[in-house]
Design a protein around this ligand. Structure first.
Ligand code: 5AD
Ligand code: SF4
Length: 440
């Protein structure tokens, strides 16, 4: 038997890319590839890329440049670019970087095995189709090997919202939901392999409307079906749009014990003028009222958000409205970004904000968000939370896991195993994590 070929995958960007990379590795596993942690001994290198901001896209080209020496030493080495940069700039990648043998978009990676075979013959291969067939159905069944206690599961892809700054509707395509039975099958398989927590993924996950036994299902209905899966202890989902936050999903946060009290609900900005120009189709006020309803259903829920500062035509007053909204909502975690012009999106044509002003706003927003994050984390001290252990800690006898609220928790003198869910009392709050002790 010939030695297995080695595959090195580097993943950029969002959680969906993490999921896609797993599926790509599995697809190439059928072609005799095993994963390696280093590009140096790889027979194939795949960069699974992100196009959301300019910096993310540029990283790909600098990373590719670094592989020049490797390819010179090992002419059989194949280099591929996958993900959203592949989708957006496929031809240009091939032109700008002749090292690249293969370019595959996020909707066609089920064709990787054939593409790899072609690339082995010395051909350059590019596939950025949005094919009719469902890639998830074409992909091989996932292997049965044991795995860690948490997993991502893509249930919905693409976006029809067309926020004026965002490339996702162009790189990932129109909104498509996977049928519920296939998701449930994949979830049961994951649980058999040791998974205890599943995060349902979608660019617009709460717009989920996949086919069920009696017509299309909502995300809440899908969550209730997953709730019945024995051995699955925790359910999360991300990322949601405020306008798709339906009543049954809000209610599930109060009634479904497996659904964790954490919600990532990006608002992007707090000024109605800017929200309108972003094509968000909601106001700051409607978002705040929505948060109130969600908190009425689940008072302890931790809210997370995304923000963009320096969107075209944002004034200091508009920015203040974002700060006011943040003060009102009080976020447990948040991600904030300086607006990045993306070619082909509507906002790219508009008057850009002075970069120095945008930098200054980003700093002020991040200071406020960090302070809120700190306060919310510190407020966990003295509380009892569930912790799912994911790995051993650095100290002997220590275990590390995530709380229901997604905070990292260290537990000393812990006799539990990876994959165990325990009740823990939080005793202190450190810079990036909590410390707790087992109860009982
Ligand atoms: N510039 C800056 N941030 C962006 N995001 C999306 N597009 C851009 C852009 N052009 C942010 C949004 C989104 C998150 C995933 O990335 O906040 O919610
Ligand atoms: Fe992009 Fe999200 Fe807006 Fe869709 S809803 S366009 S993915 S920011």
């Amino acid at each position: 038997m010939s030695a297995p070929k080695k595959l090195f995958i580097k993943t950029y960007g969002c959680q969906m890319n993490v999921y896609d990379s797993e599926r790509m590795a599995e697809a190439l596993g059928g072609e005799g590839y095993v994963e390696t942690k280093s590009p140096d001994d790889a027979d194939m290198i795949l960069l699974n890329t992100c196009h959301i901001r300019e910096k993310a896209a540029e990283k790909v080209y600098s990373e590719l440049g670094r592989f020049k020496g490797l390819k010179a030493d090992k002419p059989d080495l194949k280099i591929g670019v996958a993900g959203c940069v592949a989708q957006a700039e496929g031809e240009e990648i091939m032109r700008r970087q002749p090292l690249v043998d293969l370019v595959v978009g996020p909707q066609s990676y089920h064709r990787l095995p054939e593409m790899e075979a072609k690339a082995r013959t010395g051909e350059k291969v590019l596939d950025t189709d949005f094919p009719e067939e469902d890639k998830f159905e074409k992909l091989k069944n996932r292997p049965k090997a044991k795995r860690g206690p948490t997993a991502f599961l893509t249930v919905q892809e693409g976006c029809d919202k067309f926020c004026a700054f965002c490339v996702v509707p162009y790189t990932r395509g129109a909104e498509v939901s996977r049928p519920a039975d296939r998701i449930l099958r994949e979830a049961r398989d994951l649980v058999e392999r040791g998974v205890r927590e599943i995060t349902l993924l979608g660019q617009n996950v709460n717009a989920y409307h996949g086919a069920g036994p009696n017509g299309d299902m909502t995300l809440a209905q899908l969550i209730w079906e997953l709730d019945k899966v024995d051995g699955l202890e925790r359910i999360r989902f991300t990322t949601s749009h405020p306008n798709d936050m339906q009543d049954d999903l809000i209610e599930a946060h109060g009634t479904c014990a497996k659904l964790m009290p954490y919600l990532h609900l990006p608002v992007q900005a707090g000024s109605d003028k800017i929200l309108k120009r972003m094509n968000r189709a909601h106001t700051a006020e409607s978002y705040i009222r929505l948060i109130e309803r969600i908190r009425a259903a689940r008072p302890d829920i931790l809210i997370s958000g995304d923000f963009i500062v320096g969107f075209p035509e944002e004034t200091e007053e508009d920015f203040q409205a974002t700060m006011d909204l943040v003060e009102e909502v009080k976020y447990g975690t948040a991600y904030s970004f300086k607006y990045s012009t993306r070619p082909g999106t509507p906002a790219a044509e508009r008057a850009q904000v002075d970069p120095a002003a945008a930098d200054d706003r980003l700093q002020r927003l991040q200071a406020l968000l960090t302070q809120q994050q700190r306060e919310v984390q510190d407020s966990m001290v003295g509380r009892e939370v569930g912790v799912l252990f994911e790995k051993a800690g650095r100290l002997p006898g220590q275990m590390v896991g995530k709380s229901d609220y997604l905070h990292a928790v260290h537990v000393a003198d812990c006799d539990r195993n990876i994959g165990d869910l325990a009740r823990v009392r939080i005793v202190s709050s450190g810079p990036n994590s909590l410390a707790g002790e087992l109860i009982g």
